[in-house]
Design a protein around this ligand. Structure first.
Ligand SMILES: *Cc1c(COP(=O)(O)O)cnc(C)c1O
Length: 366
């Protein structure tokens, strides 16, 4: 038995009849860009998330980029974010000419350490961009309080947290703007690239809509330089089918995660921490260990994939060397050496989880 990090075929085959029909309907309609499927999906996901506006864009990276531009961020502005995330979070800040300011993370949740955020605010700070890493919501109440007190924007990177609640509200709906990715392996994934910006603010929603469509408010009238960044109707049709199952998918991820955690705890290993402030949707299942290499070796021998997300924090990336030359973020640096992600997807079976646990037990025993 081979267990990959993620198996996208199983989910397609489970939903194949529904998805094939939806795709065929789009092909027959020949309405591919900014058509009725996109509009219907935007409405449905806005209802699901409990937010006024949802605007489909071409990727999660574009969602962040367009959100930051819509918010008016640019050169000279600082955006506080986490160094322990996928590069796209900080790339988007750089795209608009702003400067990412990395603040260290909490060693248990892997999310930005709220206690350290206030100290990083300068007169140039315009926004805070928390990432709900691996599907665990960042601590949004104090972050929102800080943003309200200091008149900063709160922009959430929800690429890994689609369907995750913080308190009784979805991640992405606490801040001024929420940004989602529908990359195929994300909790809600399409069959190509896709993304979404959500907001309750009419002005920001309007701005994102204009930006995604060549800066055009009215056809062939262009007041600003925009982008070609739309979620196409084929992807929207597929996402409409999958959205109906998202809560179940996330529940299955959680069940698998809890089975892993029970087994790992018995082995004396550090399982992911749930802080109880929200619902972790386990985009990744990530443990902390000093025996990473040995565990990966045993897993591989048993046919079980594993991966390191992320081996190099962003402040140590070559691309940010000039803005981070004297930055030291010890928690991120130490966590990057100890994290190990195990296969997790809704269709993973209990037997497969047990197989992975047995391999880990062998590594720990030797
Ligand atoms: C996947 C991801 C993105 C980028 O999304 P794309 O759709 O791949 O552009 C941004 N931030 C985080 C945290 C991600 O995991």
């Amino acid at each position: 038995m081979q267990i990959p990090m993620v198996d996208l075929k199983i989910q397609y085959h489970q939903l194949q009849a529904e998805i094939d029909e939806a795709v065929k309907a789009v092909l027959d309609s020949a309405y591919f860009i900014l058509g009725p499927q996109g509009t219907a999906f935007e409405q449905e996901i806005a209802n699901y998330l409990g937010v006024k506006h949802a605007i489909g864009v071409a990727s999660g990276t574009d969602a962040l980029h367009l959100a930051l531009r819509a918010a008016g961020l640019g050169p000279g502005d600082e955006v506080i974010t986490s160094p322990f995330t996928f590069i796209a979070t900080a790339e988007a800040i750089a795209y608009v000419g702003a400067t990412p300011v990395f603040v260290d993370i909490d060693p248990k949740t892997f999310n930005i350490d709220v206690a350290q955020v206030a100290a990083a605010v300068t007169p140039a700070t315009k926004a805070i961009l928390p990432v709900h890493l691996f599907g665990q919501p960042a601590d949004l109440v104090p972050l929102k309080q800080l943003c309200d007190d200091l008149d900063l924007l709160l922009i959430e990177d929800c690429a890994q947290s689609c369907g995750a609640l913080y308190g009784d509200k979805m991640t992405g709906t606490w801040g001024d703007l929420g940004c989602y990715s529908f990359f195929p392996s994300k909790n809600l994934g399409c069959f190509g690239d896709g993304g979404l910006v959500v907001t309750d603010r009419d002005d920001l929603a309007e701005e994102v809509k204009v930006l995604r469509n060549h800066g055009s408010r009215e056809r062939y009238h262009h007041a600003i330089i925009g982008y070609n960044s739309r979620l196409d109707d084929l992807q929207a049709a597929i996402l409409r089918v999958k959205l109906k199952h998202l809560d179940r998918f996330n529940m299955q991820r959680r069940e698998n995660a809890h089975r892993y955690s029970e087994g790992l705890t018995k082995l004396g290993l550090v399982a992911p921490f749930e802080d109880g402030k929200g619902v972790h949707v386990y985009h990744q299942y990530t443990l902390l260990t000093d025996q990473r290499e040995a565990i990966q070796k045993e897993l591989a021998a048993a046919g079980v994939a594993s991966a390191v997300y992320y081996p190099i924090p962003l402040h140590q990336q070559e691309v940010f060397a000039s803005v981070c030359s004297d930055v030291s973020l010890p928690v991120s640096e130490s966590v990057a050496e100890k994290v190990l992600s195990l296969p997790i997807y809704p269709e993973l079976t209990a037997d497969q989880v047990d197989l992975a646990l047995e391999a880990i037990a062998r590594a720990v025993a030797s």
